[in-house]
Structure formats: structure tokens, C-alpha cells
Design a protein around this ligand. Structure first.
Ligand SMILES: O=C(O)CCC(=O)C(=O)O
Length: 293
């Protein structure tokens, strides 16, 4: 397919490395509106000492804070499907330049799967253990892209995403420890992946497009500056989920570009089916307690 929003070089970089960063994926007005909504939510979180609502479609708390959360030092770390409760997040999920970029990469027919915000406020402990998104959200084929919009300037100091270039073409790493779903690769695999990882930094408003099979993780924020990501997961219209959505939304499956697919495209693969989260976020699945635990 000939890309229309991306250059040929950007398109090729994505498929070679498994990721691509593009600046100015949202307008300055959208960025300001997204961040002002987040400020309101951070303020609100000061009045809570455990994960709280409005509940997600599957009845879990939408807002999750780390165990270090205090009224005077909030550690709000996850908002599940913010596009369900906020017009500006809905608008960006449906219509930002990101969606056209995704259509270039895996389109022309693109649909929505789920979205979330990962916040690392200064002083919070949040870590993302290494994993591949495909093993949380397996589909009939791997034309699935995670778009991570940088809500703040993202640096190595404030806990940027780290990715392993080319790993989208390598093996799928188990997220089980024996029969326990840990949502993270083994310690041995993590050490190897970390050694091959590179930082993904950028100015606020940039987006990192990541192939669903790319191995990645991130360290805590060691700076005085917040690090927020608005993460939207999109797929080709003919990629159908083969496990429950870990974050169901009334918007799941809506067609954002092109046409609905009548047929599912199947790629042969052997995939471990993930377990459904019962707690507010995947951070607890990965072993990091929520406030109040
Ligand atoms: O927040 C991050 O640094 C990475 C996000 C991520 O890997 C995820 O939520 O799946």
C-alpha cells in the first residue's frame, strides 16, 4: 500500500524496527484540553484512597493509583478507557492524525479496540515490566498497533517507554509463570530484552506507533516532571480478537477508517490466551499493589 500521511521512509522504518515516532500527532489545542482533563482527574484522586469509578463496562474501577498514593502526593497511574467518559479523549481517539497514520500502516480499514492513560507522576513508583501487547490482546492476525501519545515531554529521566527494535519479528514471550498469569516475561527474558532495548523519547504531542508484537517496558519516573501517555489500540478491520478485551468499551470495534470486514484474516500462530484482569489495572497483574491493598 502507498502511504498517504507517512513518508515511504517512515513506513519502512515502522515495519523494519516495529515502531515509529511522529511529532505533532495532535493539535496544541487538543493537547491542552487533554492535559487539563488529566489535571482535574489528578485533583479528584486526592480524595480517594483506593481505586474508584465511574466503573468500566466490566464493572472495575476506572481510576487506579499506586500503593504510594497520598492526598498530598497523588500517584494516579491508570485511567481505563478515558474516551468512554471524556469528549476530548474520544475526539482524539477517533480523529487525531494518529488514526490516519495507523491507516497508512495497517489500513485502509481500521477499527478501535481499547484505550487507557498511563501516568507517572513525580515521586510515583510505577514500572512497566517487559511484555508484548499481542499476548494481552491476541487477534486473528497481528495487524494491531498501539499508539502511545506523549502528553508531556518524555525523557529517559521521567520513565520513557523502552522498546526492543526488531522484536516484533521474533518469538512471542510467555506471560505466565507456571500456571500463574503474571503479565510479564520471565526475569531471564527481561534481562536479555533490557540489554537490547532503546529509549523512546519525544516532545509532548508526539506519538509512538508500536507493532503489537514489539517487546517493551519502562522504568519509574526519576524526575520532577510528570510523564503521561494516552495509549490507543487500533487494529485492521479484519483482525478479530481471540480473547476477551482486558478493557472492554462500548466503542470496541467501531470502524474509524474505511469499511467493516466480513471475513477474519487468519495468520497461523500458537498463542497463550491471557487471563482476564479482576483488579483496576494491569499494574496489579504485574505485581504492583494499588492504593488501599
Ligand atoms: O506506560 C508505559 O511506559 C508503557 C505502556 C505499556 O506498555 C502498556 O500499558 O501496555
Amino acid at each position: 500500500m502507498v502511504p498517504s500521511t507517512l513518508t515511504r521512509a517512515q513506513f519502512d522504518t515502522f515495519w523494519k524496527n516495529g515502531y515509529l515516532t511522529v511529532a505533532d500527532a495532535v493539535t496544541p489545542a487538543q493537547l491542552t484540553a487533554l492535559n487539563s482533563e488529566i489535571e482535574t482527574w489528578v485533583e479528584e484522586s486526592r480524595g480517594h484512597n483506593m481505586p474508584y469509578g465511574p466503573p468500566t463496562l466490566d464493572g472495575r474501577p476506572r481510576f487506579d493509583m499506586g500503593a504510594e498514593h497520598r492526598a498530598d502526593k497523588p500517584a494516579l497511574r491508570r485511567i481505563n478507557n478515558p474516551s468512554d467518559i471524556s469528549d476530548v479523549f474520544l475526539d482524539v481517539m477517533r480523529d487525531a492524525a494518529t488514526v490516519d497514520i495507523v491507516a497508512d500502516l495497517i489500513g485502509p480499514d481500521v477499527k478501535f479496540h481499547h484505550c487507557k492513560i498511563n501516568l507517572k507522576l513525580p515521586g510515583s513508583d510505577t514500572t512497566v515490566a517487559y511484555h508484548q501487547d499481542f499476548l494481552f490482546t491476541p487477534h486473528t492476525n497481528s495487524d494491531v498497533v498501539t499508539a502511545l501519545l506523549m502528553l508531556d515531554d518524555v525523557t529517559e529521566q521521567n520513565g520513557c517507554l523502552r522498546v526492543v527494535p526488531g522484536s516484533h519479528e521474533g518469538p512471542l514471550y510467555s506471560l505466565f509463570d507456571g500456571s500463574r498469569f503474571t503479565g510479564a516475561v520471565s526475569r531471564e527474558d527481561e534481562a536479555c530484552l533490557l540489554a537490547r532495548s532503546v529509549p523512546v523519547t519525544g516532545k509532548a504531542g508526539s506519538v509512538c506507533l508500536m507493532h503489537t508484537r514489539l517487546a517493551h517496558g519502562s522504568a519509574p519516573n526519576a524526575s520532577d516532571h510528570s510523564r503521561g501517555l494516552y495509549i490507543c489500540v487500533y487494529s485492521a478491520a479484519d483482525a478479530f480478537p481471540i480473547a476477551h478485551n482486558p478493557m472492554p468499551s462500548p466503542n470496541e470495534g467501531i470502524i474509524l477508517r474505511g469499511e467493516k470486514a466480513r471475513n477474519a484474516r487468519l495468520t497461523e500462530a500458537n498463542i497463550e490466551i491471557p487471563e482476564q484482569p479482576k483488579s483496576a489495572s494491569f499494574f496489579t497483574v504485574q505485581g504492583q499493589d494499588s492504593a488501599g491493598d
